[in-house]
Design a protein around this ligand. Structure first.
Ligand SMILES: [Zn+2]
Length: 69
């Protein structure tokens, strides 16, 4: 997800965003991650920590690395 709840506020993932937050939907802990695209651009996003958000509607994989090959 692109956003997380931190100290009661919703923040967008960015290089300056807090490393840890909570999912706006399920309240599970999320951690910031980043990924470098093929073109060198860096994308930031939050992702549920292991074992959290198992029933969360926002739980998804930001990319499927195996897709299309
Ligand atoms: Zn969630």
């Amino acid at each position: 997800m692109k956003k997380a709840r931190v100290n009661g506020k919703v923040v967008a993932a960015s290089p300056d965003a807090p490393e840890m937050g909570y999912c706006p939907d399920c309240g599970g802990r999320v951690k910031i991650r980043h990924r470098t695209n093929m073109d060198g651009a860096v994308t930031y996003f939050y992702r549920h920590m292991r074992g959290e958000g198992k029933t969360c509607p926002r739980r998804y994989r930001p990319t499927c690395i195996n897709a299309g090959s």
